[in-house]
Design a protein around this ligand. Structure first.
Ligand code: B1M
Length: 209
């Protein structure tokens, strides 16, 4: 559909105004809401994630693409809610206790939203107890922990341990951040790790899909 192609291109190019116009056109043309989300927004953010992984675009381009996606989503959300269409998966995300870095965490949250997850963002300096409480409250499919400091990696370990102890039936735990490695994820018993915000979507889908 040419309208959805326009919307997708506007998101990839970070053109918020064009994204809004194309969204309105899609609504006027009675394209089903779920189709607009899946075939324009989710697929566009997928392409953005791929480009980021290949270093063809960088953090600023990714942020403006996410902003365009949000503008369009903002128009669709009330209609989706009215139609009773809710995202299939819920993810809780935050930066671990003692750590105030949030740029990478925000990018991962945006990409997950772009993949049509419901994302509960707990912010920075999040205690293990708060992660666990949110995972329970929202019946989360996924909990994402971000850490940028080597000194806060132990907080990641205690958070993973606390969540694992709680034995939540479906909740998977994923970690990431500049000092984090797959080896560390294995060591502390996290279910998954990814090195960047693009792969964070692939990994999340692999874990919960
Ligand atoms: Co900080 N800082 N900082 N800092 N800071 C680093 C991390 C550091 C490497 C700088 C350095 O010394 N070279 C160093 C850490 C050293 C270490 O631990 N070995 C450091 C330090 C020491 C500190 C302070 C202690 C400095 C001080 O006060 N003495 C202090 C700590 C504060 C605290 O947290 N308690 C501090 C403070 C700050 C600022 C507040 C000034 C600012 C943060 C602003 C903010 O986030 N709102 C800041 C910044 C900006 C940095 C650098 C420059 C950039 C970090 C960043 O945003 N990168 C950083 C040095 C550097 O990396 N060049 C540095 C961009 C971001 C997109 O990447 O977060 O890695 P990143 O996220 C990636 C992936 O890692 C991954 O996806 C993202 C996108 O691809 N990812 C995940 C991240 N989370 C994920 C979760 C996932 C999956 C993937 O699943 C859930």
């Amino acid at each position: 559909n040419p309208i959805l192609e326009q919307l997708s291109a506007a998101v990839i190019g970070g053109k918020s105004k064009d994204a809004k116009t194309a969204t309105q056109q899609a609504l006027d043309a009675n394209i089903p809401l779920q189709e607009i989300v899946d075939n324009a927004l989710v697929s566009a953010m997928g392409i953005v994630g791929e480009k980021f992984k290949r270093n063809e675009i960088f953090v600023p381009e990714m942020l403006i693409a996410a902003r365009a996606m949000k503008e369009s989503m903002g128009m669709l959300e009330p209609l989706l809610a009215k139609a009773g269409i809710v995202p299939k998966y819920t993810a809780v995300i935050g930066t671990v206790q003692g750590d105030l870095h949030d740029i990478g965490k925000n990018l991962v949250a945006m990409m997950w939203k772009g993949a049509n997850f419901r994302v509960v963002d707990l912010g920075v300096n999040v205690t293990p107890e708060k992660f666990l409480a949110a995972a329970k409250e929202h019946n989360a499919d996924l909990v994402g922990l971000s850490a940028l400091l080597t000194t806060t990696m132990p907080a990641m370990k205690s958070t993973v341990a606390l969540i694992k102890e709680a034995n939540l039936p479906k909740t998977k735990v994923m970690i990431g951040g500049a000092p984090i490695t797959q080896q560390f994820a294995d060591e502390i018993g996290a279910d998954g790790y990814s090195s960047d915000a693009g792969s964070a979507v692939d990994k999340a889908c692999e874990l919960i899909g």
